[in-house]
Design a protein around this ligand. Structure first.
Ligand SMILES: [Zn+2]
Length: 367
């Protein structure tokens, strides 16, 4: 483990040296942009078996088959061979291996800049659409910097520090009913000029973001419902987000979309829960690929932070009927598939560290 860590650190430390190597006197020009926009889709806890189960359940059909490029990434964290979502998402967001539970901070608990923050600084539009709370580990790791993923109320305050153009997800209570400081962040976001609404006022299917404003929609007070309970917003709001972000900046956009509850199905050891969440995520991928194919300037990446459940498709399974078996109610350390479509997709072939997702995205955006 230590050896792995040293190697990973050495690689990181070496990168700036190589990229700064230039002939003496050569003019410094910014790296070329390969794609204008990136849409990163994360299926939380989605190993290869989860993808397979969704595909075979859905009569052997899957939008994953539309990707021309696939790769594998090594998901371990700095503290454990088996990562959690916080360290996993921080690797994607900031390109570092950190300890399990860390949100946007390194192994010394110091903040590390995220690709979303960097995109904001460079004038790109940014957004996130998730089926967990907005303060949950994955979305949190793109905007917040706290030493423990459990600090939901503290994480919520970071959404006022970054000008995110489109946000949709649950966890309204962490913005509105705050034990620690009594602040009403929902109102504070409105006061900042954001267009804010929630599940109690508006159905997700009737949302109409004002192109001149940042937009936030709370899909639930706490955790959003399961797909099997009628939650249908991930695909339509992902498309709404992409179209909104396209209007928000001429310079391009970065959008992160998470199928958050694939992981929860794995923790529950419920194959049906996993399959319905993967099918919902797959439909979202289909809509996003349609957007990217029409747009022509958007790179789409799909991956997961880790596998959950030690999930297997067992004998007795057939098309439309999956019999699942599990080795754990936690995560496992298997390598995780990566799929890419659009300009720069070829960079994602091969076998690499999860932190390389970040460096490849930066390369594609010319950062
Ligand atoms: Zn998990």
């Amino acid at each position: 483990m230590k050896k792995l860590l040293i190697c990973a650190l050495a690689t990181l430390l070496c990168l700036p040296v190589f990229s700064q190597k230039k002939a003496k006197g050569a003019p410094v020009s910014p790296p070329a942009r390969i794609a204008k926009n990136i849409i990163l889709l994360i299926g939380d806890g989605m190993g290869l078996t989860h993808i397979s189960a969704g595909m075979y359940f859905n009569n052997n059909q899957s939008n994953f088959e539309r990707f021309p490029v696939a790769g594998l990434q090594k998901a371990y964290s700095a503290s454990d061979l088996i990562t959690d979502s916080a360290a996993g998402a921080t690797a994607f967001a900031s390109g570092i291996k950190t300890y399990n539970g860390a949100i946007g901070v390194n192994t010394d608990s110091m903040p590390v800049k995220t690709i979303l923050e960097e995109a904001e600084e460079r004038g790109l539009a940014t957004g996130m659409v998730v089926t967990s709370t907005l303060t949950h580990a994955t979305p949190a790791s793109f905007v917040a910097h706290v030493r423990n993923r459990k600090f939901d109320e503290e994480i919520a305050t970071f959404f006022l520090k970054t000008e995110i153009d489109f946000l949709a997800g649950g966890g309204k209570k962490f913005f509105e009913q705050r034990a620690a400081d009594g602040r009403n962040l929902y109102q504070e976001l409105k006061d900042k000029g954001y267009q804010v609404s929630d599940f109690a006022q508006k159905n997700a299917s009737s949302l109409a973001p004002d192109p001149s404003k940042n937009f936030i929609y709370f899909s639930a007070d706490a955790d959003p419902a399961k797909a099997s309970e009628g939650r249908t917003y991930l695909a339509p709001l992902s498309v709404l987000a992409a179209n909104h972000l396209k209007k928000r900046s001429e310079k391009g956009f970065f959008l992160m979309i998470e199928g958050s509850q694939i992981d929860w199905g794995g923790h529950a050891n419920e194959s049906d829960y996993i399959v319905s969440e993967v099918v919902d995520f797959d439909q979202t991928i289909g809509k996003v690929l349609d957007f990217a194919a029409a747009d022509g300037e958007t790179l789409v990446i799909v991956t997961a932070d880790h596998e959950t459940g030690g999930y297997a498709i067992s004998p007795g399974s057939e098309l439309g009927k999956i019999r699942g078996a599990f080795t754990t109610t936690g995560h496992t350390a298997q390598m995780i598939p990566v799929f890419a479509f659009g300009p720069g997709a070829e960079l994602f072939a091969g076998v690499y560290e999860n932190t390389a997702i970040y460096t490849k995205m930066k390369q594609v955006l010319g950062f």
